[in-house]
Design a protein around this ligand. Structure first.
Ligand SMILES: *Cc1c(COP(=O)(O)O)cnc(C)c1O
Length: 378
């Protein structure tokens, strides 16, 4: 008897699109016969982590036969001092994706709904559907909206709230669009959400944002006991390969998240590395500075070429190629530069490019120019 195993999976899993990872660099280089490939496809920090992180890792490797501290005490202590919250308000994750999953396992199940925006981060539907809950997509602001095109439409999100709604996911700024919500509008939105609905504000790019009106959400935790803020060490702290992120929320909700958290979810190297990373403010400021210059570089480059881009405050920029972007992506690959086409987000004409150092930005732009020669924009 042949069994259709897909039919045995829970409905939410059957309906999930498999996440398409990029090819490993080594493999790509062999296929294309190129070397020294520049990867600007996953919003990783080109500067790498602080030297303090490498030192901490060197020390930590002596003890990897031991289980990590299941509570991540040293990291929570550091975060708690830095963020001015209590340790019992922090939940550590194996990347912030792990925290998103814990939120879904804690508050969602079959018959319950979670709202997120069109073009929002791809992990939300994975977390929602893997517990058989229903994801409800709010239309984004229209392309010609004068502020925040492609951004979260908070009114549309609010209108989707009903008795079954348990969680709302907001990415601020969002990946892959780079769009962001100002303090006033986000505060007004959360105020209007019933307190028995969890609002998750995903701030993976928090440290990069230089806008004065960007919200200081941790200040709102007392006012909004239903608010969960998530952040990560994968982006500006350059620890994507180690997997560490965290949530900050009320102690009551943190207690629930920690009940579903797997006991040793954050590994020993990651705990040490993340703790050390927080000690190097100079490195962080340098990375912000380079990114801010990079945003200006790409803005100017797009304007000069007549390319429409979505205004960004993160470490990536998403550009409208006014045609299927995959051939351009492939032409850039031949120049040994990897960027990200995002048809999986319903944006088949856009390329998302990670912002890097001056030299790497230029190399990427040169590759884009080569690609645009083959596929000109009329
Ligand atoms: C990169 C990213 C994350 C980070 O995920 P980790 O699991 O912490 O690596 C979270 N949210 C968004 C919107 C992101 O772009």
């Amino acid at each position: 008897m042949t069994i259709n195993y897909k039919s045995l999976a829970i409905n939410g899993v059957q309906n999930l699109q498999p996440y398409m990872p990029g090819k490993p660099i080594d493999e790509l280089e062999r296929e294309l016969g190129v070397s020294n490939t520049l990867k600007l496809a996953s919003n990783e920090n080109p500067m790498g982590p602080s030297p303090l992180v490498l030192e901490a890792l060197d020390k930590a490797k002596a003890s990897i036969q031991l289980y990590p501290d299941g509570n991540g005490f040293i990291l929570k202590q550091k975060l708690s001092n830095m963020l001015k919250v209590n340790q019992n308000q922090i939940t550590l994750g194996n990347g912030s994706n792990d925290v998103l999953d814990m939120i879904a396992r804690t508050f969602l199940c079959e018959g319950r709904e979670a709202i997120y925006s069109r073009y929002a981060f791809a992990v939300y539907p994975i977390s929602i559907q893997s517990v058989n809950a229903t994801g409800v997509v709010a239309e984004a602001l229209p392309v010609d909206h004068e502020t925040n095109p492609y951004g979260h439409d908070l009114t549309a999100m609010k209108d989707l709230i009903n008795d079954k709604t348990r969680v709302i996911f907001i990415a601020n700024p969002n990946n892959p669009t780079g769009t962001w919500l100002k303090s006033d509008e986000l505060h007004e939105f959360i105020s209007a959400v019933p307190k028995d609905i969890i609002v998750v504000v995903d701030e993976a790019y928090f440290e990069y944002v230089q806008e004065g009106e960007y919200p200081d959400t941790l200040q709102w935790l007392e006012e909004f006991p239903n608010l969960i803020v998530t952040r990560t060490f994968s982006k500006i702290y350059a620890l994507a390969g180690l997997r560490v992120g965290y949530a900050v929320c009320s102690a009551e909700i943190a207690d629930l998240l920690n009940r579903v958290r797997h006991p040793f979810n954050v590994n020993a190297m990651a705990i040490e590395a993340a703790t050390a990373a927080l000690n190097d403010q100079d490195h962080l400021e340098n990375c912000v500075d380079i990114n801010t210059k990079g945003i200006k570089f790409w803005r100017a480059a797009c304007q000069y070429r007549g390319l429409d881009y979505i205004p960004t405050v993160g470490n990536f920029i998403t550009i409208d190629m006014e045609q299927n972007a995959v051939p351009l992506y492939e032409a850039m690959l031949k120049e040994a530069v990897i960027v990200r086409p995002i048809p999986n987000y319903g944006l088949p004409n856009h390329l998302r490019i990670t912002i890097s150092t001056a030299e790497e930005n230029q190399r990427c732009l040169d590759a884009l120019d080569v690609a645009l020669e083959q596929y000109p924009i009329d």
